[in-house]
Design a binder for this molecule. Sequence first.
Ligand SMILES: O=C(O)C1=C[C@@H](OP(=O)(O)O)[C@@H](O)[C@H](O)C1
Ligand SMILES: C=C(OP(=O)(O)O)C(=O)O
Length: 448
Amino acid sequence: MSAHGPARPLSAHAAGPLTGQADVPGDKSISHRSLILGALAVGETRVTGLLEGQDVLDTAAAMRAFGAEVTRHGPGAWSVHGVGVGGFAEPDQVIDCGNSGTGVRLVMGAMATTPITATFTGDASLRGRPMGRITDPIAQFGAAAHGRKGGRLPMTIVGAAQPVPVRYVTPMPSAQVKSAVLLAGLNAPGQTTVIEAEATRDHSERMLAGFGAEIVTETTTEGRVITLTGRPELRPQTIAVPRDPSSAAFPVCAALIVPGSDVLVPNIGLNPTRAGLFETLREMGADLTYENERLEGGEPVADLRARFSPDMAGVEVPPDRAPSMIDEYPILSVVAANASGATRMLGVKELRVKESDRIDAMARGLEACGVRVEETEDTMTVHGLGAGQVPGGATCAARLDHRIAMSFLCLGMATRKPVTVDDAGPIATSFPIFETLMCGLGARFAEG
Ligand SMILES: O=C(O)C1=C[C@@H](OP(=O)(O)O)[C@@H](O)[C@H](O)C1
Ligand SMILES: C=C(OP(=O)(O)O)C(=O)O
C-alpha cells in the first residue's frame, strides 16, 4: 500500500511500431512556479496548459492553505489570486506535498521570510529525501527548522520575523535550492545573491523577471551569479505553460528502440538548461530531428521527430551535462541498454536523492532484465546489448518513483519478454496521461 492507494502492477509487452503524434502535458517545473509566483503577486494570474499531475495539484493545495485563491476553470486552465510578497497567511493544517521535492522545497523557501509557522510532510519517498539543503540557506535569512533526524520531513519551519538578505553559494547543482533561496529573498529587504557553479534550469529567474522582480544574472569565474532585489510588488501574469521535455523523453526514447517507429512530439521547449538528453541521444546516433524550430515566449521550441534507430552506440555523458538532463538518466539508461557498447554517465550522484535512489533502482531492474550495469557513488555505466537484444522477463520495483516506472515500461516495449513494474501508480505525479498516450501510439500494456 502506498500513499496513492494499493500498488497497481503493470506490464509492457513488445509493441508493433509506435507511430503518430504524442501531445505531452505541460512542464512540471513551470507549472509549480506559475502557482507559487501567482500566489505571491498582487491580483489574478491566469495559466493555461498547467500540468494537472498530482505534484502540481499538491502545490495548488499548498498555495490555498497559505491564503491564495486558486481556481480551476477547465482542463489546464487555472487562475491564482495572489496575496502579494510577504502576504502569506499561516496555514491551519499540515502541508502535504505528496511525492514532490520541487513543491515542498520551493514552498518552504517562499514562506521562510514571512513571520508564520508551517509544518510540511509528504509520502514515504518525500519523507526520506534531504531537506538540509533548504533549511541551511533559509536559516541564514533568519528562519528556523525543526524536522526529523537527517533533516527529513515532517518538518516545521518558523519563518523569519526580521529577514535579512543572503549571499549563498549552492553546494550542489540544484534548481530547487537556487529557487528556494530566490523565493525567500523576495521578502528580505535588500539584495539576495545565489551563486551556482554549474547552470541549472533557469525557469525561476525567467519567471521572476516576467512577474516584474528586479533580477540580474551574470556569468563570472565563480559560475552564474544571480542577484534579486527584495520586496518587489509582483505583477500578475498570463502564462501559457510549454510542454515538458522531461515527459517528451518517454515517447521519444520508446520510438528510438521499438522497430519501425516514427513519432512526432510537438511543441517541446528546448531551453538549453533542459535539453541535455536530446543532445546525448543525437551523439549516440539516434534518428531524432528538430522540426519547425522557433522561439516562443523567448524560449527555443521545436517539434521532435524520433524514428527507430537500430544502430545507436554507447557514449560518455560528461558530468557538466548532468544538470540539463538530471531527470532523464533513467530513460537514457533504457536507450543505452538497446545501444551497442557502454554508456558511461558521469557526475550523477544527485540521482541518489531523487524520488528513489535512481542509480540503484535502474541498475537492479536492468540487471533483472539481463543488462550488465556498473555503478559508483557518482557514476553509472550501462553495457548495451544492441537493438532488440534485451531479454526482459522481470518485475522491476518502481520505488514510488514515476520516472523509474515509466522507464521500465518503455524498456518492456522493446524486450524479448514483457517487463512488469510492481506499481504504475506514481506515474500520475508528473504524466497522468502516460498510459493513454503511449497506447495511442501503439504500446501494449496489461494490468497485473
Ligand atoms: O526546480 C525544479 O523544478 C526541478 C529541479 C530538479 O531537482 P534538483 O534541483 O533537486 O536537481 C529536478 O530533478 C526536478 O524534477 C525539478
Ligand atoms: C526529481 C523529480 O521531481 P521532484 O524532485 O520534484 O520530486 C522528477 O520529477 O524527476
